[in-house]
Design a protein around this ligand. Structure first.
Ligand SMILES: [Zn+2]
Length: 290
């Protein structure tokens, strides 16, 4: 009798819990760097990387890599098409590690971007620039950073930026539109964890600003579900958020299943139509996918 009561209780608890989101995912922050695969060797050749996407229901990716050869490889691979993964290529601003702290003032980066844009990829033209980092917000005003922002707005390229909230304002101010027509995808939506009220204010000031949610401090609580203030923000702005893996080191490739499962867990706690937008629809709409 007691065993039966326990079983009924357990079943009730399970039923009360929302099911995980089960639809397609758009990984909007994927790196395919040379440590993962340099074209000849590495722990994650295209078949391995794509197997991870495929078994997690990842149907599209924003691909960028250091150097850009990794993105070119994924964009051209037969395995990518076989896995049913659409590649949306971005030009990475880094050829090597030194470029992380110099790109915003290095004229040769601007030239490299022009060359890549002219060349395109086997999956079509580049659709964005980045990811780039600004460890000091003021470098948003570096001469090359300024030129790249103008270029991005003019060519309608999205910008994947790992920056703080101050730098969002500075980058937007450098766009010809004053930020009204510049599409920034804010990597991590601020990895330093600016308050939710500040994120909300930025979303309201800049109509094309999007938040990518990997590594976002304070996003989820102990149960793996969204913390209340984040749930409120996402429900208020369901068209402004996206998810990504950020495979910046190989450890993220080895944890890819858990990362995607984590997203599916908290997405399942949202109304299904909202979950679909965050998981897939917002990015698919941005880049014209079905
Ligand atoms: Zn990244």
């Amino acid at each position: 009798m007691r065993a039966l009561a326990f079983a009924l209780l357990a079943a009730g608890a399970l039923a009360a819990q929302a099911a995980d989101y089960a639809g397609p995912l758009f990984d909007t922050h994927l790196h395919y760097n040379q440590e993962a695969w340099d074209g000849n060797t590495g722990p994650y050749p295209p078949t391995e990387a794509l197997a991870r996407m495929q078994r997690n229901g990842v149907k599209a990716i924003i691909a960028n890599s250091r150097p850009n050869a990794g993105t070119q490889t994924l964009a051209a691979a037969r395995e990518t098409r076989e896995a049913g993964v659409t590649v949306v290529p971005f030009v990475r601003l880094y050829r090597n590690r030194d470029d992380y702290s110099n790109w915003f003032r290095d004229e040769s980066i601007y030239e490299m971007v022009q060359t890549e844009l002219a060349r395109g990829t086997a999956s079509g033209p580049y659709r964005g620039l980045g990811e780039f980092h600004l460890y000091e917000s003021a470098n948003a005003n570096g001469p090359v950073a300024k030129k790249l922002i103008v270029l991005a707005e003019q060519k309608k390229l999205a910008v994947l930026a790992h920056v703080d909230d101050t730098a969002i304002d500075l980058l937007m101010a450098n766009a010809p539109s004053g930020g009204q027509q510049l599409r920034i995808i804010w990597a991590h939506t601020g990895i330093g964890g600016p308050p939710v009220a500040r994120v909300r204010a930025l979303l309201e000031r800049y109509p094309l600003l999007m938040g990518e949610l990997s590594y976002r401090p304070g996003l989820t609580c102990a149960d793996g579900k969204l913390c209340p203030e984040w749930k409120e923000l996402i429900l208020q702005h369901p068209g402004r958020f996206m998810v990504g893996s950020d495979t910046w080191v190989n450890q993220r490739w080895s944890a890819y299943d858990e990362l995607m499962q984590g997203y599916r867990g908290w997405l399942g706690d949202l109304p299904p139509a909202v979950a679909q937008r965050i998981a897939w629809g917002n990015a698919a709409g941005l880049f014209g996918l079905q």
